[in-house]
Design a protein around this ligand. Structure first.
Ligand code: ADP
Length: 160
């Protein structure tokens, strides 16, 4: 089995995340675990259980994708799941420095696990969870960036 973990904060899960997972799970990996960081260093709008739930709802139709929460060292978590690959997205040059550092460190921590990067489809290259939250907060329409469940969850958060 060719297994990958796709870690992230997913605050919230967007169509850009979905596009990446769909491509990975349809033609590259036998199984993809979407690993939602539970205690993020970043301050999150959604709780970990909300982020997990929204990712699950956005991915129901993909049978070889599983969403799970995790904390601690990613390489240890990946090894437990028998995953040999850490999957990440690279959108813009500014993503590169952080991703390069992380993948080098993960390689030092476990040489058997490789990081693999996918670039977004053209229509999602500009899309990020932060931008979606910003637009939703200002009352903009986020329908083309996130699932209906995520859109409704954003509406609920910002109508409070
Ligand atoms: P993190 O806080 O770990 O960066 P994110 O939820 O922001 O978590 O992103 C998780 C992963 O998804 C990252 O590798 C990021 O580059 C990737 N990603 C985010 N948005 C997109 C997108 N629109 N297209 C492709 N990959 C994306």
């Amino acid at each position: 089995m060719n297994i990958a973990v796709y870690p992230g904060t997913f605050d919230p899960f967007t169509n850009g995340h979905k596009d990446l997972v769909t491509r990975a799970a349809s033609h590259i990996f036998d199984k993809v675990y979407v690993c939602v960081v539970e205690k993020s260093n970043k301050e999150t709008l959604f709780s970990s259980s909300e982020r997990i739930d929204l990712a699950k709802k956005s991915l129901v139709e993909l049978t070889n994708v599983e969403v799970i929460g995790f904390d601690g060292l990613l390489v240890d978590f990946a090894a437990k799941l028998d995953a040999k690959v850490i999957l990440r997205g690279l959108r813009v040059v500014s993503d590169f420095e952080y991703e390069f550092q992380m993948s080098s460190m993960n390689k030092k921590l476990n040489q058997n696990i490789e990081s693999i990067f996918l670039t977004p489809s053209e229509s999602y290259a500009f899309l990020s969870s932060s931008l979606v939250k910003e637009i939703a907060k200002l009352g903009g329409d986020v329908s083309s960036f996130v699932s209906n469940d995520v859109k409704n969850a954003l509406l609920r958060k910002f109508s409070k």
